[in-house]
Write a protein that binds this ligand. Structure first.
Ligand SMILES: [Zn+2]
Length: 111
């Protein structure tokens, strides 16, 4: 039923993994001796670390979504069990929450 979505998610998973590996390589790469250059690199590292965190949480969501497809639970909100809006699933195929629960969660994070 969700074959297309599954394909999309698997592709996304691959891309995310590749991106994470790339960032990791950059982050663990050799440092410049020059302190000015090193300062710029440290700044870049912070940005990269942010991207890394984002990508790894996205990857976790993708994995979770794939699991839910296997368990025939995909398209249902993991929180309230309501059906997730199809448009939302199209834009964010890895989402496992309906818009209401996602907004609620976001609000909790902000507090
Ligand atoms: Zn919900």
């Amino acid at each position: 039923m969700y074959e297309k979505t599954e394909k999309k998610l698997k592709k996304l998973k691959k891309e995310l993994k590749a991106r994470l590996a790339e960032i990791k390589e950059t982050l663990t790469g050799t440092r410049s001796k020059d302190w000015e250059e090193a300062a710029v690199e440290a700044e870049n590292d912070e940005v990269l670390e942010g991207i890394y965190k984002e990508a790894s949480s996205e990857l976790a969501q993708v994995k979770f979504a794939l699991k839910r497809i296997k368990q025939n639970e995909y398209g249902e909100c993991a929180e309230c069990g309501e059906e997730i809006n199809k448009k939302r699933l199209n834009i964010m195929p890895y989402t496992t929450l309906c818009i209401q629960c996602a907004q609620q969660l976001e609000m909790q994070h902000r507090r």
